[in-house]
Design a protein around this ligand. Sequence first.
Ligand SMILES: *Cc1c(COP(=O)(O)O)cnc(C)c1O
Length: 224
Amino acid sequence: MNVQQNYDKIKTELDTSIKKAGISTQPNVIAVTKYVTIDRANEAYDAGLRHFGENRVEGFLAKQNALPDDAVFHFIGTLQTRKVKEVINQVDYFHALDRLKLAKEIQKRAEHKVKCFVQVNVSEEESKQGITINEINDFIEAIKEYDNIEVVGLMTMAPLTGDVDYIRQLFNTLKEKQSEIQALNLSYAPCTELSMGMSNDYQLAAEAGASFVRIGTKLVGKEE
Ligand SMILES: *Cc1c(COP(=O)(O)O)cnc(C)c1O
């Protein structure tokens, strides 16, 4: 299917999910273009997508250079500290703030405030990046001194499992935590956003109150 057809189907599904949950606005769809060509990313732009996600510095810069200026670019993957300077000033949203060393490097290299999501390993799988739910408050408190960082929200990746109830539970846990931080009204951490849901679980994420879903395979496909 082409991107337009995929996107239309996804929007219909998201609509069903939010209605089921009594939520009034659809999450923003980030087209994750890390597996596909610039042509395919342009096709996504033409289909109406304006948010794009990449997880490698090279791919990020290549897609950003190729797409029109009103495309919003999200860096969604683990970023090595030494690579921060190559990309941080090009990023509209950074989804993988998961350690203070990285925060410190962003502070040092950024020429303006960077919108960051704190990446949370809700399932506490060993293989996953991110801080645990219990560490979030202290982590955010420690970010306070870095005035080039704005914590706009929380981000997570659910494990690859068919256990829908478990995924739902993880997403609800993160939603609760996001609302809790938002209610603190911290100027450096408004935490109004929630980035969760990928090809396997975007409907569950929308139901749980995600404001950004990150979709690659089911939207633009996967070329190998
Ligand atoms: C690759 C990736 C996605 C998209 O994955 P799909 O399963 O292809 O939709 C979303 N978020 C992150 C952090 C990723 O690395």
